[in-house]
Design a protein around this ligand. Structure first.
Ligand code: GLC
Length: 551
């Protein structure tokens, strides 16, 4: 049933049309602007673009509150502009996936407006109602501290409606077959317009039982098979990448034992343990998290991210561990959000330390799965903590040192461009970094190029090697008789390590530098790792021995 496993070894890049590039000078990013920047993304080596919601929306949750699933918000352009963009991406060999936000709609959606106005409306049962306020109404809020309840009374309907997220986002009654049919229709629509799949928003909530009497909602996993079947029957190479921040034991339910549900999930477990490892300067949390999430059905794959458009959610760490990550990367109250996470961008979290930033990136590119880069992180963009909640990390892309960072010709950008301080656009922008051979941007471009030449990471089996040094992570991948090896020193001081690769007598070819290694049979390799140092090696066989003379 699967026609193409393109997503097994891809490089994703996620962006919001609104803040990427404004072509018409009205201050709002648009599809035409994005289309003009496709060569930038292609040059970076991106193979798949993930677009955050761009459908018509009152914009009370940055587009995650949709009022029409079958259109483009006029501020970003038209459906025609979308198709031009999709065509441009395809021409350059890049796939497009889009956010699919079907756990809830905006309260302004005509379906909800009809549902609340008339108990006999065909849409009434598309939402989740209760005559009385349910006993658990003040439980289960996704945005604690900001969101007060999960059930709100609608005066017009005279009843309470359920909303897992903000009160302007009424939950769809996803158990209703009509709602399910509509979700399929929405997916079919965008597939027809050229997308290769969906980043499905809030999947555990989409498939949860909903209702006033539900105290412990069970997940309706069968729904995932329905979605999967439908998209692949329509278009064999289409995928769903699930946002599901669940425990490692639950993952398999989302992929399906036989891999018959969703193809991809973000590995939130590895994400949290990765930041814990960076904070503790110890490899063990990563090694353990990789073990916890090792088993995947054939054809399934992890998406790996560092930061995304939301807060860095540390909710699944123990209390003490979370405090350690807070202390290292988000010590101030204004850095933290919803009592569980950090809302800063990656570069400020790392104190702008390029060595540590590169270490984090290198980890994302070399752990099992595929990397998902967030726009602006490729140049080390900062945040604007004066903006509310998660908006601080959603400021416009900084293209150049022109006014508004070259994002728009208007002096009223849709979101403030970061102008002041070390992360301001005058000092930090894509144009400058393109000219500078040693910039983060050019380094990342080389990293992407090299990672694509190492399919072992995406397809192979991984083994953590013993380096005798808790601060250093050594991961070897084997696939089709080829091996690669990655070393990362998580600590801020040099570490000399000794290890065996498991391929006796084979040399190590340094793919990013000149630190090649060779030892006699039976000897251990020794490498002196600089603070936050990293190495990408190919473990050579005869083939590579011959080729090495050319290096
Ligand atoms: C997801 C999105 C987040 C949004 C929420 C509600 O968690 O990542 O940005 O606010 O869903 O749709």
């Amino acid at each position: 049933m699967i026609e193409d496993l393109w997503y097994k070894n891809a490089v994703f890049y996620c962006l919001s049309v609104e803040t990427f590039m404004d072509s018409n000078g009205d201050g709002v990013g648009d599809f035409e602007g994005l289309t003009r920047r496709l060569d930038y993304l292609h040059g970076l080596g991106i193979t798949a673009i993930w677009l955050m919601p761009f459908q018509p929306s009152p914009g009370k949750d940055d587009g995650y509150d949709v009022t029409d699933y079958y259109d483009v918000d006029p501020r970003y352009g038209t459906l025609g502009d979308f198709v031009e963009f999709a065509h441009g991406a395809k021409q350059r060999g890049m796939r497009v996936i889009i956010d699919l936000v079907v756990n809830h709609t905006s309260d302004q959606h005509p379906w909800f407006q009809s549902a609340r106005s008339d108990p006999k409306s065909p849409y009434r049962d598309w939402y989740v109602w209760s005559k009385k306020k349910p006993a658990n109404a003040d439980e289960g809020m996704v945005f604690p501290g900001v969101q007060k309840t999960t059930w709100t009374r609608d005066a017009k309907a005279g009843e309470y409606y359920f909303h897992r997220f903000y009160e302007h986002q009424p939950d769809l009654n996803t158990a209703n077959p009509h709602v399910q049919a509509e979700i399929l229709k929405i997916m079919g629509f965008w597939l027809q317009l050229g997308v290769s799949g969906f980043r499905m928003d809030a999947v555990p909530f989409v498939i949860a039982e909903k209702g006033a009497a539900v105290t412990e909602p069970k997940q309706q996993f069968g729904m995932l098979r329905l979605f999967r079947q439908f998209i692949q029957w329509r278009q064999g190479d289409s995928i769903v990448l699930a946002e599901a921040n669940v425990t490692p034991e639950e993952n398999i339910n989302y992929f399906g034992d036989d891999g018959d549900r969703l193809q991809m999930m973000f590995n939130f477990h590895v994400n949290q343990q990765l930041f814990l490892a960076l904070a503790q300067e110890r490899a063990e949390p990563i090694v353990k998290a990789l073990d916890d999430t090792r088993h995947l059905p054939d054809g399934a794959q992890w998406g790996l991210h560092l930061r995304n458009h939301d807060e860095l959610d540390l909710g699944r760490l123990g209390e003490e561990e979370r405090e350690q990550v807070f202390a290292a990367f988000g010590p101030e109250e204004t850095h933290q959000l919803y009592h569980r996470g950090i809302r800063r961008r990656l570069a400020p979290m790392m104190d702008g330390d390029l060595r540590r930033l590169k270490l984090a990136y290198s980890l994302m590119f070399t752990l099992p799965g595929v990397p998902v880069v967030r726009y602006g992180d490729e140049i080390g963009m900062g945040d604007d903590l004066s903006l509310p909640e998660r908006y601080c990390a959603r400021t416009p892309m900084q293209w150049s040192d022109e006014p508004q960072g070259g994002f728009t010709k208007s002096d009223k950008p849709v979101m403030p461009v970061i102008a002041d301080g070390p992360y301001g656009y005058r000092y930090l922008n894509a144009a400058d970094q393109r000219r500078d051979a040693d910039s983060l941007l050019n380094w990342l471009e080389r990293l992407i190029r090299m990672r694509k030449e190492m399919p072992e990471v995406a397809w192979g089996a991984h083994t953590a090697l013993d380096t005798g040094t808790p601060e250093v992570l050594a991961l070897r991948y084997d696939w089709r008789n080829n091996s690669v090896l990655f070393l990362h020193n998580l600590s801020n001081s040099p570490r000399e390590i000794a290890f065996r690769t498991g391929r006796d007598g084979a040399p190590l070819i340094d793919l990013l530098g000149h630190d090649h290694r060779e030892v006699e049979k039976g000897e251990a390799f020794r490498v002196l790792m600089e603070p936050y140092g990293l190495r990408w090696y190919r473990v050579g066989g005869l083939d590579y021995l011959l080729r090495r003379t050319e290096i």
